[in-house]
Design a protein around this ligand. Structure first.
Ligand SMILES: [Zn+2]
Length: 67
């Protein structure tokens, strides 16, 4: 089994739409991050929901890889 916490995911900056890469473990450990492009602070308001969504996306990606 691989550790999902070490998996990378990405999301769009709400301000500039820049794609931000982040490790799932950082989503768990930090309450905020910064956009690499416009430096806006991004707060993970609903961390659990965000991580859950990310994991779902990864599972979908893995399924697609298996095809
Ligand atoms: Zn940005």
């Amino acid at each position: 089994m691989f550790d999902l916490g070490k998996e990378w995911t990405s999301f769009e900056c709400p301000k500039c739409k820049y794609e931000i890469d982040i490790q799932l473990i950082d989503l768990n450990d930090n309450e905020q991050t910064y956009c690499n492009n416009c430096k806006v602070k991004i707060q993970f308001d609903d961390k659990n929901a965000s991580v859950e969504t990310s994991i779902k996306k990864i599972n979908n990606a893995l399924r697609n890889l298996g095809k």
